[in-house]
Write a protein that binds this ligand. Sequence first.
Ligand code: NDP
Length: 329
Amino acid sequence: MTEFKALQISEITDNVFQCEVVERQVEDLPAGDLLIRVRYSSLNYKDALSASGNRGVTKNYPHTPGIDAAGVVEASSVAEFAVGDEVIVTGYDLGMNTAGGFGQYIRVPASWAIKRPQGLPLRDAMILGTAGLTAALCVDKLEQAGVTPEAGTVLVTGATGGVGSIAVVLLKKLGYQVAAATGKAEQGVWLSKLGADEIVDRAELQQGVDRPMLKERWAAAVDTVGGDILFNVVKSLQRGGSVACCGLTAGVAFQASVLPFILRGVNLLGVDSVELPLVVKASMWDKLSLQWKLDLSELCQEVELAELPGSIERILSGGMVGRVLVRLD
Ligand code: NDP
């Protein structure tokens, strides 16, 4: 029997959940093609939802969250992967209803795993994690819709968060003029250091929800928050502009009107990094290891399993700044 450490969420009474580091057995992991010794994981908003008992994310407890994992194959039943291969697994059911990356071992289908690109060490891959993959997918979608640096300023909402902060760094690297919208005025200097040319107060983006249209302001946007802010962003895109929508921290529902679409020809682009075909994920990871390789040293803090509960509280309260890398020594 191989024992390993994992963060486990248990329901102690109706809707009261406890979070603790426990010893688990490899034999108790679900069936799968690959047994992976996880070296690094990362914290995403969805992990915090799972850790707090959100049944939309995780139906059954006890459960180990962690939608991201990077590690080394220890056993493989398929020809495509050999013992010793370094792999990245993000999304699909990992950490939702399949024991996830907040444990030292995972067992998953081979169809969830990609070999890490040469230029991207496991640690760097997990500093990016699902947040980085999502930021890259958002920027890719905007570019596919014809957005270029010459078009004007690109707004990033929820800019101090995981997806938002990486989007700021990536857009800057690609030569865009970047406006970072945040509810954390005190992080303005940090956002400027990451590459924001302009800091926008989140409260400003919450005004004018009842107005049919707003002044044309943004060539494009990466929206990580949803809710009324997304509605206002759609109404303040320049003619032909696009917004990539990926998040819901400000709410899942948003009002809508056809006016921005039929008067300014704007585009609302949905981004899903979870169920995306593996081949698309792999091409995005390749890009992040080469032409979109980012220096993220400024936005990452490293924790071990025992320190995760504090980070989970912080991300749930909207107080997260940057990315949390989880080390599974
Ligand atoms: P984080 O918590 O790291 O970032 C979210 C940010 O949103 C916060 O830091 C804060 O930034 C802002 N925010 C928090 N609460 C509110 C609020 N009430 N109103 C407005 N803004 C708020 O989360 P992640 O970066 O991990 O994820 C961001 C969103 O994207 C989440 O909703 C997540 O579920 C979603 N997501 C979707 C994916 C997909 O495939 N579609 C993949 C990954 C994430 P600030 O203080 O700077 O405003």
